[in-house]
Design a protein around this ligand. Structure first.
Ligand SMILES: C[S@@+](CC[C@H](N)C(=O)[O-])C[C@H]1O[C@@H](n2cnc3c(N)ncnc32)[C@H](O)[C@@H]1O
Length: 127
């Protein structure tokens, strides 16, 4: 299994703030008619391993997938092939209901972000 190492307590604090922000963002925008798209440009595997190797924390991708309120589409970009595969496996096995609205890209965030944004009106996810 390809894992990410925990940066420190600030990592946990940052991720907790991120989760609160996600919930607030989706609550505020839930009545808007436009599509809401989540793009995680440095997605990782969805899991972060603590320094002692004894615990796994939910990373940004897992937190986004688990948020109570949903985006219309989820795009994950990860430069490392093994990590991108690990994230895809997590979606396939743990969030199969999200497969039709989620896509994992393996590549450089600078290129893939441009591709996604330039084609956002025509992007469709085929699981
Ligand atoms: C700190 S880790 C991921 C953290 C993740 N957001 C989380 O909370 O679990 C940063 C990730 O970005 C990836 N990465 C670094 N530079 C990248 C780039 N230019 N394009 C795409 N992915 C990149 C690394 O392989 C690594 O998995």
């Amino acid at each position: 299994m390809t894992t990410q190492k925990f940066g420190g307590t600030w990592t946990q604090e940052k991720l907790n703030i991120f989760t609160e922000y996600l919930d607030a963002y989706l609550t505020v925008l839930q009545k808007q008619k436009f599509k809401k798209i989540y793009i995680d440009a440095f997605a990782g595997t969805g899991e972060i391993e603590t320094k002692d190797g004894e615990q796994f924390l939910a990373g940004s991708a897992r937190r986004a997938l688990e948020a109570n309120k949903k985006f219309d589409y989820y795009y994950f970009i990860e430069g490392d092939r093994d990590k991108a595969s690990e994230l895809q496996r997590m979606i396939d096995t743990e969030y199969p209901q999200m497969k039709s609205i989620s896509k994992v890209y393996c590549g450089d965030a600078n290129d893939k972000l441009s591709d996604i944004i330039n084609n956002v009106d025509s992007l469709q996810i085929v699981a």
